[in-house]
Write a new protein. Sequence first.
Length: 103
Amino acid sequence: MSWYDYLAYLFAGAFLANSIPHFIHGISGKKFPTPFARPMVKGKSSPVVNVIWGVINFLIGYALVFGVGQFQFGFTLDALMLILGGFVLSIAMALILARMREH
């Protein structure tokens, strides 16, 4: 497998992890920050925008997992990269959102 397959899985994990809070906030009828909010990222987008953004992130993550290379489930480097991508993005977003809420 090529190095770029693993990079794709890393980004897939990030997109899949990012899809969850947007989709959950959206279907719960809550506003949540998106790149489309004003001011950018600090403002909050409508629930409908969050559902759409969550689904787009999911589809990109899905496409990266199943459209690049031949993803192997189980205890593999493929799965590790997917989990690592999700973990890194999740920690980063937790820190960023916590800082935003303090101000």
